[in-house]
Write a protein that binds this ligand. Structure first.
Ligand SMILES: NC(=O)c1ccc[n+]([C@@H]2O[C@H](COP(=O)([O-])OP(=O)(O)OC[C@H]3O[C@@H](n4cnc5c(N)ncnc54)[C@H](OP(=O)(O)O)[C@@H]3O)[C@@H](O)[C@H]2O)c1
Length: 336
């Protein structure tokens, strides 16, 4: 099969090549990949800054895929040839709390990903792709949408009428705006671009703050929330900005610590955290059961993923470069 192989770190070492078409073992599905979408994780893996010790070389990269089952291994009962499925990043985390070694079983490193004509997905971890979505649309769900959903619903327990803050206008955050709005919450968004703040208002956000114009954006959040702060904050920026997130969240409110765009370490001031009694939970996507519940909600509310641009299979490096420049919503690659 045709496959993009990451032979060493760096985008120059991502090469279009041939690889053996995998064969499904007992319990596994062979999936003809229709489309994949890129996440910050995929770029960070190529750059060698995301758990580099776990990255096999060569690697078929990209975790998030949608496609069609073309063969099944012995004993498969959940899916049949012809079904459309999604990959699920944490392929062994099916329900409840995570086990201690979930990152060892992630697609797109260390397991082979979807940037190839075919991929193997175990039937237990595969998720039925929404009938209403194309493969390009469905490919955006496994990390970006599901991380937003788990943060808002499973962890955040977000209720209609509550206020949530979403940082930036990348993949996770745009889904968070759409999902939280559909849940009846009021969404405040921060972005470095005024035009993106206008665009998120069309998706339902009630207010936007440019974090370049207002580097003390937490003060603007307090003005918008009667001095109290938001009920729930989705932090994708990480770094020392976590202190601002604590200040922008109400007393005993919740922060979902999702990302590390500005840094993987933080210098945390403990006294505000203690006095505000903030709950901070690290988020690592979600179990498969949450994915199933999310897809039902997406169908019910007719939510369509926001695609910034769709690239052809041969244009995969350009898709990575697009993500690095910044995207509004998702960058997608059609595979077949
Ligand atoms: N833990 C998990 O389960 C999980 C899952 C998914 C993603 N993540 C992490 O979450 C982060 C975002 O992922 P993504 O895939 O959504 O990325 P993405 O699509 O590349 O989006 C990045 C966006 O973040 C915004 N941003 C950058 N610096 C910011 C800052 N200082 N303050 C506020 N916003 C900032 C920018 O928005 P503007 O252009 O509007 O400024 C940028 O477009 C990454 O660190 C990723 O690794 C974690």
């Amino acid at each position: 099969m045709k496959a993009w192989l990451l032979k060493d770190f760096g985008l120059d070492n991502l090469v279009l090549d041939e690889a053996a078409t995998p064969e499904p073992k007992a319990g596994e599905l062979l999936v003809k990949v229709g489309a994949v979408s890129l996440n910050f994780r995929d770029k960070a893996i190529v750059d060698g800054i995301y758990e580099p010790h776990l990255v096999p070389k060569p690697l078929i990269p990209v975790s998030d895929a949608a496609g069609t089952v073309v063969a099944v291994g012995d004993g498969v009962t959940r899916f049949k040839v012809g079904d459309r499925v999604n990959s699920h990043l944490y392929s062994r985390w099916l329900d409840g709390e995570p086990g201690p070694n979930e990152p060892d079983y992630c697609f797109g490193s260390p397991l082979p990903g979807g940037l190839a004509e075919y991929m193997i997905i175990h039937e237990d971890s595969a998720v039925r792709a929404p009938d209403t979505m194309s493969d390009e649309e469905a490919s955006t769900l496994p990390i970006a949408a599901l991380t937003a959903w788990y943060s808002l619903v499973d962890y955040g327990q977000l209720q209609a009428g509550q206020t949530v803050l979403v940082q930036g206008t990348g993949g996770v955050s745009i889904f968070a705006v759409q999902l939280a709005t559909a849940l009846g919450a009021k969404v405040i968004v921060t972005s470095s671009r005024d035009e993106n703040l206008e665009a998120v208002k069309k998706l339902g956000a009630v207010a936007g703050i440019n974090y370049r114009t207002f580097p003390r954006w937490e003060e603007e959040v307090l003005k918008l929330t009667d001095g109290k702060g938001v009920d729930l904050l989705l932090d994708v920026a990480g770094g020392d900005g976590l202190n601002q997130s604590i200040a922008a969240t109400k007393a005993a409110g919740r922060i979902a610590q999702i990302g590390f765009l500005t840094g993987q370490t933080t210098k945390l001031s403990l006294m505000p955290l203690i006095f505000r009694q903030t709950n901070i939970r690290g988020i690592a996507v979600a179990p498969r059961s949450s994915f199933d519940r999310m897809n039902a909600f997406l169908n019910q509310h007719a939510i369509r993923p926001v695609l910034d641009q769709v690239y052809s299979f041969e244009e995969a490096p350009q898709a990575y470069e697009h993500l690095a420049r910044g995207a509004f919503g998702k960058v997608v690659i059609t595979v077949s």
